[in-house]
Unconditional design. Structure first.
Length: 80
């Protein structure tokens, strides 16, 4: 059996100003059920932030819902 020698490691830091990062339905940040109530973020919140950045900078994003003036999802013909 061959050992795995190719790997990729990285870190991403997001800064959130005047916002509630990854809030739950009560409006408070998600917390771990430990003694300190540690605030954490899910991978979904990170994915949304990255996709939103790409959309805002004009990059192509495979999955991104957009809506028309009536609040209905836009068709492929309406997308730019």
């Amino acid at each position: 059996m061959e050992n795995f020698t190719n790997g990729c490691y990285g870190i991403a830091v997001l800064r959130s100003e005047n916002s509630n990062w990854n809030a739950d339905f009560t409006g408070y940040p998600r917390r771990l059920p430990d003694d300190r109530g540690t605030i954490y973020a899910t991978d979904k919140a990170f994915k949304y932030a990255v996709r939103r950045y790409l959309v805002d900078t004009g990059k192509y994003v495979f999955v991104w819902r957009s809506f028309n003036e009536n609040g209905n999802p836009r068709s492929l013909e309406e997308r730019d």
